[in-house]
Design a protein around this ligand. Sequence first.
Ligand SMILES: [Zn+2]
Ligand SMILES: [Zn+2]
Length: 73
Amino acid sequence: MDPRQYSQSNSSRNEDSDGEQYTPRTPRRTPMACTFCRGRKLKCDGRPICGNCNRRGLACAYVPVAAQMQQRS
Ligand SMILES: [Zn+2]
Ligand SMILES: [Zn+2]
């Protein structure tokens, strides 16, 4: 039994391949309002926690565009 072998299995070759998906600055972003602002027709500043939610202490949530396009009939 070698306990070292066991602990190594998690920490190699997971996220060092192609494609940087996380960029520190997003050069272009789609102007989007969070669910709260959209529901209230407020102007959303587009931050991870936008100003309106931040003031109210709400959890700011953004719904992806793909989910918006689903319309129930
Ligand atoms: Zn907002
Ligand atoms: Zn918000």
